[in-house]
Design a protein around this ligand. Sequence first.
Ligand code: ADP
Ligand code: MG
Ligand code: ZN
Length: 617
Amino acid sequence: MSLNDKKPGKRPLYVYTLVAVVVILILNMLVLPTIQERSVEKTDYTTFLKNVDQGNVTKAEIQDDYIYYVVEKDGAKTVCRTVRMEDSQLVDRLYAAGTSMEVVEPQKPSILLNLLAGYLIPILIFVFLGRWISKKMMNSMGNGGPGGMMSFGKSNAKVYVKSTNGIKFSDVAGEDEAKELLTEIVDYLHNPHKYADIGASMPKGALLVGPPGTGKTLLAKAVAGEAEVPFFSISGSEFVEMFVGMGAAKVRDLFKQANEKAPCIVFIDEIDTIGKKRDGAGFSGGNDEREQTLNQLLTEMDGFDGSKGVVILAATNRPDSLDPALLRPGRFDRRIPVELPDLQGREEILKVHAKKIKISDSVRFDEIAKAAAGASGAELANIVNEAALRAVRDGRRFATQADFEESIEVVIAGYQKKNRVLSNKEKLIVSYHEIGHALVAAKQTDSAPVHKITIIPRTSGALGYTMQVDEQEHYLMSKEELENKIATFTGGRAAEELIFHSITTGASNDIEQATKIARAMITRYGMSDAFDMVAMESMSNQYLGGDSSLTCSFETQTLLDKKVVELVRRQHEKATRILTENMDKLHELAKFLYEQETITGEEFMKILNGPSGSAEA
Ligand code: ADP
Ligand code: MG
Ligand code: ZN
């Protein structure tokens, strides 16, 4: 068959032969009987009886359900079949008519038909199927049709050029630093000779590092868009294939194509998937594939001529897990940090995305940006979209400030859970808890004022939440500010203790946060007398929440734990003191929140600074 000479997959010939034989047999079993069936004429019982009486029936075979019989009339011989009826005289009748009762063989179809149906057609089907498959394979080798399962065999040289959708630097808001660093690469791609003439060689690779959703992928596309060069893009996870050896083959293909299309950009997204540190121990044999792919990548990077105009960009959010070999000079030696946007950056990103939707003129982006502290570019894009969705849901044609404020909470704190009902007692506890946080925060001089307090439960599991907004962006935190933060976290529990004399599970998140800060103060910021400026912990994975590992002895750890407890307890006591001193305000505010479910920062401050009992007014 034509399959064999087209170097198909790795499946040997005998598999195909076996399949073919089986299919032919099955067809034989199915097709031949039907052909035979067709040559039998179906008649009704009356016709049968008539034929018997006329003496035309020469043979008859009585089966359980059917009677097969042969009619000879005018020299022609027909095999017929009729349904068998309950007929006690049948045998007598047949006997009288001189019919021989023997097995009736349906007429054999002609040998030609037999051959045709049983063998030739299946073989033809196979030939065509084979042709079709090999054609498909040729196609996907040629122009990079979707690979998928059908394109078995080698990596069939997919073309990796992706469209950048005309993305330019102007589509990336904020991130000025990263853009500046990348501008040089754009210039180089525009005019490689300028650099080659002077003898300067561009770094082969640049690594975009930063937390998820900060626009790394977007920036890489923008570089290609600005430079107007082909953009070869592949994600690290695409290398990890189901067939062994495919990853390395893909890398080879990718660079071969890139070399042909230079100047161009090769972008490897999520490079950590293949570029993880290789562990010498080799415990887990399963990582062989990844290692091969990585080795191939290193080889290719070393192998190609830096002056040709191929720039390799890669992105990752875990730079410290990358294999050091990747970061060696001559490989990804340029690191481009893509950090979370600051206040101004957030505002710009919001504006870029808000261009795509209709908004009312009263929307204040600076306010929204302020409230969305810590949000990444992707989250901000999501906030804008959520706001638009909310406007549609409410039948408005423009998104308003309120839409944005609500969507911040949706994106950051999870959806409002309207159907989750708290009992009144629970609601009261949550009210006091949240006011406890807010009151402690407000009464400490360095603490940020509250922006909004709500006891509407969120899908994220938080029953209520106090949103604090820093007036200005903080980069340095003083010891006092950190201590105040801890006190604020303990404020919720402190209020519960003071009012209800019992404690609930509601403070679990607060406890976690407070502990984190307290620990960091001692182990990393050198803010305790006991350990002075000695680092007790080293951080890794800083972009993904951070993993820390202790770097101190066992005895020190015990002491460290004790110090953390002391620190938190001191702040907890401070929070309790603040609340006791402001007991009437605590009651008043909690009652107000209980009734309103949501109060804004202004309302809060008004009650706090107003005369006692003003909430009733
Ligand atoms: P990363 O690759 O860093 O995880 P992406 O580049 O995939 O993040 O960003 C996801 C989306 O977030 C982008 O498509 C874009 O809509 C939005 N986004 C992120 N950062 C920015 C930014 N600085 N300016 C505009 N949009 C951004
Ligand atoms: Mg990405
Ligand atoms: Zn709390």
